[in-house]
Each structure stands twice: as structure tokens, then as C-alpha cells.
Write a protein that binds this ligand. Sequence first.
Ligand code: C2E
Ligand code: CA
Ligand code: CA
Length: 569
Amino acid sequence: MRTPKGIGGVTVIDQAYYVNLERLTNAMTSFDGIDLKHVNLILTELCSILRACKGVTEFFDSKELELTGKGEKYVCYDNGAASDTFLKIQTEFPGGLTARCMVYHESGTDPWTELEQSRLNTIMHMMLGFLSRNRLDHLADNLSMRDDAGYKTIRYYMRTVSRMGQEKLVHHAAIRFNLKHFSIINQEIGRQYSDEVMHKYVDILEEISGEDGVVCRLGGDNFIALCDQDYLGTVLSHLEGAPVFYGENNERVIVSATAGVFNMDENYVYRGPDDIIERITMAFNVSKNGTKGEIVFANADLEADRENSMRVKKLFPQAMKNDEIQIYYQPKINVQNNMLVGAEALSRWFQEGNLMLPDSYIPVLEQSMDICRLDFYVLERVCRDISRWISEGRQVVRVSVNMSRRHLIEDDLSDRILDIIDMYDVPHEYIEIELTETTTDVEFRRLKNIVTVLQDAGVFTAVDDFGVGYSSLNLIRDIPWDVIKVDKNFVPIESGINTNTRTIMFKNVVNMVREMGRDCVAEGVETKEQVKILRENGCGVAQGFFYDRPLPVTEFEKRLDQKYYPDID
Ligand code: C2E
Ligand code: CA
Ligand code: CA
């Protein structure tokens, strides 16, 4: 760079100064990230041109700290030479922060000219601005890497994983976990001690996770961790339950967790931190519902489940429009006289001609309100079939339709059901609605209301899968169901063993239901033996493979016309 400099033109020193100043400006404002070493090298050049032996920048959080000299000090350059004078600039920020920059003149060299002093001033201002900005970035970065309680955050985790990359992540395991019953520990030992317990539990976990092991908090008692596979055994046994000592008296509490684990072995292909988090979250969600144990590994099966679930979600909206969902009817038979007395409508999804059973799509649809669309669709198709049967002069039986618990979120279920039935002019007594037990009080009240409204309108109601899950006696005491459907796991397999709990319970439930004036349907009846047990115990109706599997509509119509089944003997 050439700048006219009055008489004499530009000296070699001037030129070196301008070149380095330009380099410094570029280095400090680089978009490709700041390279501090590079900045320091340029400063060294500039200091030697300007006969400075040392450059220092300091930050003080308050006036008092400045007086006692307690602050952050950055030595940008120091050639070790002695100094007798210095230049100083100082800035005070709102909030009490003081920043200052000093540059020392090297003893025994020519004193600084006015021009040199003004050049040093420019450099010091640049330095102060540059360091202030970097310091702020650094502080902000650190703030987001730790939460209020001092735990590392998910951002820390993401940064660690990104920095490690494919090569270093191999032979590591990622874990997502939740502390079990921590709210109870909280209640029992108090907030302060439980905070201490959580910190200790997490610190120990990090310690035993290997050299680059980390544990970060997602929030509450949810964490995410990374550990060397060599230490995974120890880590998992810590998660399965470990004693933690707390308080002055060294009291002890056992802490355990449910966890989803993803092992990154030699075949692992790194697809970014989000992918890892998604995998452990999927396994973690399975661990939470407890069906596959408290520690669940992300593996090919889970992966297949996830793919199936994504496919179902994607293809479902079109499935109804394309007539891919068919209604199958499973007959219900009066075991005393072998007469066909009803049927349950069950959906079947034919995807590109392949039959998919409800177990592969119902649980997925139940994760969203899609299940409600399916249920109304099934009800509509059933009403259409019934109205056709009536117009064809067939003797019609009552058909039950399943309504998922999801519907209870909205409070217009009964109205919508009645609207659909009336749209097809189907006499209300031909429709039965199957609902399952609920877990919350609000749902319980809604359920009771729906059952009452439907009954007043002459539509039948049934409680499905009675005897499994959380179904309690309140469910049949407080809600006036017409029908109780006893789950297949509750129906005895063989008679004669009176001490068998299953038999005793079955007998008594059937009796109770009968005395309450409700109908009892036994599901999953597969053998002659079971039909006999139903007869002996006064359970009126059976549904199961013994009589028929769920049938396509044309097959079911044959049963309608036939009306009776052959006697079992
Ligand atoms: P569910 O309501 O308990 O239906 C009875 C299930 O037991 C049916 O399975 C049926 O095929 C099966 N089953 C019947 N007899 C026997 C037997 O003798 N032995 C055995 N082992 N099983 C028997 P499916 O059709 O696979 O349906 C499974 C579940 O999917 C149903 O259980 C129901 O909860 C759900 N589902 C099916 N269609 C719908 C629907 O349209 N809406 C809703 N919300 N759920 C549906
Ligand atoms: Ca059912
Ligand atoms: Ca059932």
C-alpha cells in the first residue's frame, strides 16, 4: 500500500507498518474463523517495527477488582526486554467492566515519535475491540454449554460428537437415560440433598465412562451420555442401580435409570449428532414403556420398527382414499344354541396387495390422531354394509366397532358416532362401540359420559379387553356398559382344575357380569374345551378362531345367511 507522506515519501518502515496493519485487520475480521496464532505473529512484527517490548490487555469486572489488580490478563506480545515507559488506553463499559490495553517501550531504543505513538494507539484500539468481542463469544459459548445447575448441556454434547467425528466415535456408545423415581427421592430426602445425589450420580458416571466420556443434561432428570465401549459394562451397571452417599451423615440412596443405548462399532457410518440422538431416543422410548427391559439397545429390529412406523405414517393418508383398507368381520356366537349373534369389525390394510395386520399399523396410528380417522372410516364402512344387508332383505346382526382411547381427547365422540350411523339410516341397535379402559380421571369421566349418551340413543357399548392392563372394577361398577368383553388371556384353557387362578377369576367375573345384568363375551376362544367352560360358567357369547377367524365381507355374508353353527359335539 502506498500512501503519500508529505516530504520524503514512504520509508521502508512505513511500508512494513502499513502492510502489517492491513494483514492484522484481515486476520481479526476473517470469516473463516479467527486464527489467534496468526494474529499474534502479525502483532510481533508490528511491535518490533515500533520498538515495543510488550503488549498487554486486561479486563476487570468492577472498579474494586481493578484496584486490587484481579482481572483477566492477556499478554499479546513480550520479548522479555526491560521497559521504562508505556502507552495506555482504557475503556469503561456500562455495568462496571473496565478494559485496558498497554504497550511498553523497549528501554535503550529511540523514544517514540508522535506518529509512532498514534500508530500504537490505533493498534491498541484494534486489539481491545478484537479481544472484547472474542471474550464475549467465549463467555456466551460457555454459558450455553452449561445449564443453571452446572451440568453440561446438549450443545456441549453436539459439539463433542461433531468434533470427534466418525473416526473417534467408533468403539463408543451413546446413551440416553432417565433417572427412575427421582421425584420420589426428591420428596423423601428433600430438594437440596436430591440435587446433591443427582450431581454425584452423574459425576461418577462421567468418571467411569472412559477418557472422552461425557454426561450432559437434557433437562429435569433426563440425560445423554457418551462412553468408551470398553467401559460400557460398568456404565450400564451404574445405570441399573448404584448407591449414592449424601449429606453430612453420609446417608445412602440407590439411584437407577431406564436407558436407550446405541453402540457405534466398526460398521458405524457417522451421519451427524442428530442421527445419534434420534437412535438413542428411539431405544430410550422403548425402554420407558418397559416391554423390552429397562436398558434397550438400538438395533436392527428397532430400526425396522422405526422404518415401518415411518412408512405407515406416510402411506396412511392415501390408504383410505385408495380403498386399501378393508373391513373384516369376526362372528360372535351364542354358545348355548350355536347361533350367530353378532360380529366385530376389524380393519385389514392391503398395501400393494399385501395384507398388513392391525398390530403393525394400529400402534403407529395411535401415536397421532390418525387412528380416529381410521375408526370413523371403519364405522362408516360398517354402516354402509349393514344398510346394504337390510335392503337386500338379510337378517342383520349387531356389529361392534373399535374406538381408540385417543378419541377421548375430544369431547364430541358420541355426536360424531351418531351422525355417521344416522347418515346411513342404520337402526341404532345394530351398532356396538368397543372402548378400552382409561388411566386418568378426566378420561374416565369422558368415557362414562360417552357410554351414557350412546346408550340413551340406543347404541350398544362394550368394554374391550377386560381383565388385562389397568382395568379395574370401578370401570364396570361406575360405567353402565351393555357388554363386557373378557380378554383372551383371561379365558381358561382347560376345565377341571378348580384351583387354577385363571379359572377362578374367569368364573367369578362372568358371574358378576351376569348378576349386574350385562352381557359377557369371551374373546379368543380357540378350542371345544373352552366353549364347554363358557357353557358351564354361563358366559353367553364366544368370539374366536374356534368358530371363525375375522372374515372378508362376502364370507361373512354366508354366515349371516346360514345363521347357525354346527353343534360342538
Ligand atoms: P381386539 O379388539 O382385541 O380384536 C380381537 C383380536 O383378536 C383380533 O386381532 C382378532 O383377529 C384376534 N382374535 C380373534 N379370535 C382369536 C383367537 O381365537 N385367538 C387369537 N389368538 N386371536 C384371536 P386383529 O384383527 O389382529 O386386531 C388386533 C387389534 O387391533 C384389535 O384387538 C384392536 O385392538 C385393533 N384394531 C383392529 N382394527 C381396529 C380398528 O379399526 N380400530 C381400532 N381402534 N383398533 C383396531
Ligand atoms: Ca375389540
Ligand atoms: Ca379385545
